[in-house]
Design a binder for this molecule. Structure first.
Ligand SMILES: Cc1cn([C@H]2C[C@H](O)[C@@H](COP(=O)(O)OP(=O)(O)O[C@H]3O[C@@H](C)C(=O)[C@@H](O)[C@H]3O)O2)c(=O)[nH]c1=O
Length: 190
C-alpha cells in the first residue's frame, strides 16, 4: 500500500500537519518524511540545516521552546512512541497571536508537524518516545529560549490524565524556570 505525502492546514497560517510518504509491503514499511521538491510544490520552502533526535520517558514535558534572532522553523515527527505536541503563535501581527493548538504525533499515525519560525513549541510524552527534528536554522545557544509550559496567557490544556496525573510530570530544571509570556512580551515585543 502506498500513502503519498499529504499536507493539511492547521489553525495557523504557515503551520502544517503532514502525512509522510509511506509504502508498506511484506517486509514492513518505507517512510520518506522530507522531500525538498515535494515540500516546495506544496508551498513550503524549508532550508534543512540540522537534524537531531530526543529520547524521552513517559511523563516528560519539553516546552515551550524557540530560538530568538536566528528564528528556526522545524519539521517534527515522533518516530517511536507517542507525544502530545503543542505550538503557540508568537507573531504579534498574526490573527492567531498567543493561540495554541495540540496534535497527537505517534509512531503509529506517522504525522509530522511543520512548525514555522516565530512559534513556541513543546510536547508532553505519553509513551517512551523518540522525536526527530529537521531544523531550518542551526542552533545558537545564546538565543535558545522558552516560556513556561503552563503559562496562564496561553492556557495550554495538557492531557495529564494520559500520564496518570500531573504528579507524574518530569521536567528539567531549566524548564521549571522559564520566563512567563508577560516577561517575554515586555522584553522582546514592546
Ligand atoms: C536544541 C539543541 C540543544 N543542544 C544542546 C544544549 C543542551 O546542552 C543539550 C540539551 O538541549 P535542551 O535541553 O535545550 O533540549 P530540549 O529541551 O529537548 O530542546 C528542544 O525542545 C523542543 C521542544 C524543541 O522545540 C527544540 O527546538 C529544542 O528546543 O543539547 C544542541 O547542542 N543543539 C541543539 O539544537
Amino acid at each position: 500500500m502506498i500513502q503519498k505525502f499529504e499536507f493539511c492546514k492547521t489553525d495557523f497560517e504557515g503551520a502544517y500537519l503532514i502525512k509522510p510518504f509511506c509504502a508498506t509491503d511484506i517486509r514492513g514499511a518505507f517512510i520518506k518524511d522530507y522531500s525538498k521538491e515535494v515540500f516546495e510544490a506544496n508551498g513550503l520552502e524549508h532550508n534543512l540545516a540540522e537534524v537531531f533526535y530526543t529520547v524521552s520517558h513517559k511523563g516528560v514535558i519539553r516546552a515551550l521552546h524557540f530560538q530568538r534572532v536566528h528564528e528556526q522553523a522545524k519539521l517534527v515527527r515522533c518516530i517511536k512512541g507517542k507525544v502530545f505536541d503543542v505550538i503557540v503563535d508568537l507573531r504579534p501581527d498574526s490573527p492567531t497571536f498567543k493561540k495554541w493548538q495540540g496534535f497527537y504525533l505517534s509512531e503509529e499515525n506517522m504525522n509530522e508537524l511543520y512548525v514555522p519560525e516565530h512559534f513556541a513549541h513543546g510536547y508532553l510524552v505519553l509513551e517512551p518516545s523518540v522525536v526527530s527534528y529537521k531544523c531550518g536554522e542551526k542552533f545558537y545557544g545564546e538565543y535558545d529560549d522558552g516560556i513556561m509550559y503552563n503559562d496562564p496567557d496561553f492556557g495550554v490544556e495538557w492531557p495529564f490524565d494520559e500520564i496518570g496525573g500531573i504528579e507524574n510530570l518530569i521536567l528539567a530544571d531549566k524548564d521549571k524556570n522559564l520566563q512567563s509570556f508577560k516577561e517575554f512580551e515586555e522584553k522582546y515585543l514592546k
